[in-house]
Design a binder for this molecule. Structure first.
Ligand SMILES: Cc1cc2nc3c(=O)[nH]c(=O)nc-3n(C[C@H](O)[C@H](O)[C@H](O)COP(=O)(O)O)c2cc1C
Length: 204
């Protein structure tokens, strides 16, 4: 059982990898405590995939085998996404929406996403609620099953936002009893439990 954690920012500098790490560590510490079955969490960094703007000639929903894609980059992306049973999207809000890089990555495929559970963790000055809702709608478009519980991480001060824009270290700590996003750690754990529930229904 593998869950893909998609890093949805491709700018440099950026804070998305730090936030992905915080989410993964929060999940791992919660799950270790609760002794639940523990799928492997793997990071998928869209910067490393560096997909060109969508350039396949055919409708992805009509593709039933990855060899039918014209381009090698699409075949490789298809194989990568097929490996996972579920996904966690770590996504910043840009101008009230989600970054184009993640829409492009989604549009390349269809059947590889279809039926799989997804959890969206957004972040921004006000938690990125608009991008969270928009991305969840798009995920439904490729027939994924988003959790009803969302996670929205708000930068606690203007200082944090300025640091984030510069890609500086936010000193996020998923284990300390103080610090930022204590309550949000519970939201992450709750949404992740729901993700696992959807996953176990899928597997049954
Ligand atoms: C193009 C762009 C648009 C942005 N728009 C918003 C926004 O609508 N709401 C918000 O809270 N922050 C916004 N921000 C600030 C981001 O929350 C902040 O830069 C954050 O670090 C972005 O995540 P990243 O560093 O992982 O790319 C925007 C940043 C960029 C680069």
């Amino acid at each position: 059982m593998q869950i893909g954690v998609i890093i949805c920012s491709s700018r440099q500098p950026r804070v998305c990898p730090q936030i992905a790490q915080f989410v993964v560590q929060t999940i791992e510490s919660t799950m270790l405590r609760s002794n639940d079955a523990f799928p492997r969490l793997n990071l998928i960094d869209l910067i490393e995939w560096n997909l060109p703007m969508f350039d396949e000639p055919d409708l992805p929903s009509q593709i039933t085998d990855h060899v039918q894609y014209r381009h090698a980059h699409t075949r490789a992306w298809s194989e990568e996404i097929q490996r996972y049973n579920a996904f966690i999207f770590i996504v910043p809000q840009y101008n009230w929406g989600y970054p184009a890089v993640v829409k492009n990555a989604i549009d390349y495929l269809y059947n590889e996403w279809k039926g799989k559970p997804a959890m969206v963790v957004s972040y921004g000055g006000h938690g990125g609620s608009k991008c969270n809702a928009q991305l969840r709608e798009v995920l439904c478009g490729v027939r994924m099953v988003p959790t009803t519980q969302t996670v929205e991480l708000s930068f606690p001060s203007r200082d944090y936002l300025v640091k984030a824009v510069k890609g500086e270290d936010l000193a996020l700590d998923s284990t300390s009893e103080s610090g930022v996003w204590i309550l949000e750690r519970q939201h992450i754990a709750a949404a992740y439990s729901e993700l696992l529930q959807i996953l176990s229904k899928n597997e049954a």
